[in-house]
Design a protein around this ligand. Structure first.
Ligand SMILES: CC(C)(COP(=O)(O)OP(=O)(O)OC[C@H]1O[C@@H](n2cnc3c(N)ncnc32)[C@H](O)[C@@H]1OP(=O)(O)O)[C@@H](O)C(=O)NCCC(=O)NCCS
Length: 140
């Protein structure tokens, strides 16, 4: 893949998990090696990483459910922020989503993550005022 961005593979998962665990703004929500392997297998063209010889510079998971697309866990290593990597990953992900002809892409941001909100607004995303997120614990 171009611009230093690669498709994430199953073998990248341990490093990706470590990267996100070291990124306090990322809420992993119970993701582990097993669940991420399933996710990448189901979404092989929309899980992206940028790496250098020392490790991961940035990563993002994209998921398509047949109707809408979702962005999860976009993060850039703190040493590399403000250099365009986040925008590059997000732009590439949107390009990849275009193959699905989905009308909309959604993402969740924690209410206290104002920096991420500012970043997304700059990239043309709109914060919804008309929708509240509801979750149900399907394990109970
Ligand atoms: C949000 C994040 C992915 C942005 O990545 P990044 O590589 O630093 O962003 P970029 O360098 O690509 O910035 C793109 C644009 O957004 C702006 N921007 C990025 N972070 C910003 C911030 N905190 N405040 C204001 N503007 C910001 C940049 O100035 C740039 O604007 P420009 O195009 O006018 O130059 C990164 O800060 C990050 O990993 N944060 C922690 C994880 C996180 O919160 N992820 C979101 C989970 S929902």
């Amino acid at each position: 893949m171009d611009s230093g961005i690669a498709l994430a593979k199953k073998s990248d998962i341990p490093l990706m998990l470590e990267f996100w665990r070291n990124t306090p703004e990322i809420e992993l929500g119970g993701d582990d090696e097993e669940s991420l392997a399933v996710f990448i297998q189901r979404n092989p063209s929309t899980c992206l990483i940028i790496r250098n010889e020392d490790g991961i510079i940035g990563a993002v998971l994209g998921g398509f459910d047949g109707r809408r697309a979702f962005v999860y866990h976009l993060a850039v290593h703190s040493d590399f922020r403000g250099q365009g990597y986040g925008k590059k990953l997000l732009d590439k992900l949107i390009t990849q989503f275009k193959a699905f002809k989905t009308e909309k892409v959604h993402l969740f941001v924690l209410n206290n993550n104002h920096a991420a909100m500012t970043f997304y607004v700059k990239q043309g995303w709109v914060k919804r005022q008309d929708i509240a997120v509801f979750s149900y614990n399907s394990k109970k």
